[in-house]
Design a protein around this ligand. Structure first.
Ligand code: G6P
Length: 371
């Protein structure tokens, strides 16, 4: 009923709007007097100090949350992080031992590929930490430790509030590692630590883009394809935006690291092609920002219709944006928490314009329990 959907036509929009709360619930209890506590885990600071390599294994949107974690953990902790699709991980011959930390990210905790990946990891004596939204699911049961996201049940098949909660939990893992092991950037880590706690309010502000995105999505619904570009943590955000659009709107959607544009994808640019660009912060990542501005001007000159997600007050990008979607200014590593929001709305609303069931996309299951 409409009441169950919080007055919305579909659950996904309700769940998008629940994200500040989902995030707050995931973060709650993990901050104590300037320290991160991972109280649901049985990994001691000593265990975290022994880690010499991290693997994140996951599927789908959870995999994209892992890609973001790589940027954060490598920078904060100077620890090598590999992010691996769970279905590829165990059929390769990944190099693991008891000093490897495997972070298995799974909303359902029942995804067969991820479950088999952690079984393989444990056979190799690696330590496994599950990031999971479902109490007592199989993946946390078979892990050494678990960090629960507290997004609540998600009805929409496409992950929204659970994805943002996975991002938040991954940041907590990174901060706990930095705290146990020390960091090269204590001031920055302290700032990001403080800002993470304030992110539910920033996500709430990002929701003010909903009406604008609903409006502009009507103009894209008849396109054949949409491209997504990003760099640094904006790249996994672009991947997540493209995945959502495929899942919900059944459109050809592809994401590229913007630096690769000239190595191929620019050949795809044609008159009227919608290209969504996730901009880095002009202050936080000035060099990357300048490179992306130049990418956008190139694709716009070739006729693309540019839809740009940028930090509020980013005026340099304005002349190159056919549509400018402004999200709150937050530390660069945390930006995916705000820049993902308009992309979720975009895919849902394009799907709705095309007449599809946003909550139950064809051929997809919420949880995939076969390999
Ligand atoms: C399915 C869902 C996706 C999800 C993926 C991983 O494909 O449709 O939304 O990201 O599984 O699910 P998990 O429960 O392991 O996070």
């Amino acid at each position: 009923s409409a009441a169950e959907k919080g007055g919305h036509e579909y659950f996904m929009l309700k769940e998008i709007e629940e994200q500040p709360e989902a995030l707050a619930n995931t973060l709650r209890g993990h901050f104590d007097k300037g320290r991160v506590i991972l109280d649901e885990q049985r990994l001691s600071d000593q265990d975290l100090r022994e880690v010499d390599k991290v693997f994140v294994v996951a599927c789908g949107s959870a995999y994209h949350s892992g890609l973001v974690a790589k940027y954060a953990i490598e920078h904060w902790c100077r620890l090598p992080v590999e992010v691996e699709l769970a279905s590829e991980f165990r059929y390769r011959d990944p190099v693991l031992d008891r000093d490897t930390l495997v972070v298995a990210v799974s909303q359902s905790g029942e995804t067969a590929d991820t479950l088999e990946a952690i079984r393989h990891a444990r056979d190799q004596k690696a330590r496994v930490l599950a990031v999971c939204n479902t109490n007592g699911a199989q993946i946390p049961r078979e892990s050494d430790a678990v960090l629960y996201t507290h997004a609540g049940p998600e009805v929409g098949v496409a992950a929204t509030k659970t994805f943002l909660s996975q991002l938040a939990a991954n940041y907590l893992v990174g901060l706990a590692l930095a705290q146990a092991r020390g960091t090269k950037y204590p001031d920055e880590v302290a700032r990001e630590f403080a800002e993470l706690e304030a992110m539910p309010a920033a996500v709430h502000k990002a929701l003010s883009t909903v009406d604008q995105v609903r409006e502009l999505s009507r103009g894209i619904a008849d396109s054949k394809a949409v491209l997504f570009l990003g760099r640094h943590v904006g790249y996994p955000v672009a991947l997540e935006g493209a995945l959502k659009l495929k899942e919900l709107a059944y459109m050809h959607a592809e994401a590229f690291a913007a630096g690769e544009l000239k190595h191929g994808p620019i050949a795809l640019i044609e008159e009227g092609l919608p290209v969504v660009v996730v901009m880095p912060s002009p202050k936080g990542r000035a060099v990357l920002h300048a490179k992306l501005v130049s990418n956008i001007s190139e694709i716009q000159a070739r006729g693309a219709r540019t839809i740009v997600i940028a930090e509020e007050g980013d005026d340099t990008v304005r002349p190159f944006a056919d549509e400018l979607i402004e999200v709150p200014a937050v530390p660069t590593l945390l930006q995916p928490l705000v820049s993902t929001v308009p992309l979720q709305v975009l895919s849902a609303e394009i799907a709705r314009s095309r007449g599809y069931d946003v909550d139950k996309p064809r051929n997809l299951a919420k949880s995939v329990t076969v390999e």
